[in-house]
Design a protein around this ligand. Sequence first.
Ligand code: FES
Ligand code: FES
Length: 181
Amino acid sequence: MTLATKKLSLTINDRVIDRIDVPYTMMMQDFLYEYLNLTGSRMGCGQGICNACTVIVEKDDGSLEEVQTCTIGAHWFEGKRVRTVEGHGSHDASGAITKLSPLQQAFIEHFSFQCGYCTPGFVTGATVFMDQLKRKPIARAELEQAIIDALDKHICRCTGYVRYHEAVRDLVLKTPGLLNG
Ligand code: FES
Ligand code: FES
């Protein structure tokens, strides 16, 4: 039996994917794994609860949105610009990572994770949070609650979340223009 397919075009980590046949019902997570060998976004619950599977969609106005891949079909991403966790750092011509993003580096420096299974989701969620602050700075007094609100939907079985939050707080405080008082 063959699955019915449909053409899918999108851009992932600046790579253009042009009209490839993808089953109608395939979830984005499976598409990333099986078609592109992008295995950084994790399959956790598979039910839209843990957010280990999220990726970034870069919207037309340049703002970022966090989207689950376990419950959303690959074809929902038609024409969109997607950034997976593999696309956050800097790369050389061969595609090898040469430098982590400031946020990834902050998570390492703060020993934010243990097994790391949830980390791609936290990288995604916190990157979107930083982007939101860049567009709409908040007061220093609001920062702690804002971090909780931004990352609360990400589930981690290993840590107490504290070091993830510390890393994000530290980076926000070090990054000019994210706070307005
Ligand atoms: S694996 Fe997608 S929300 Fe848990
Ligand atoms: S570090 Fe293991 S699940 Fe979060």
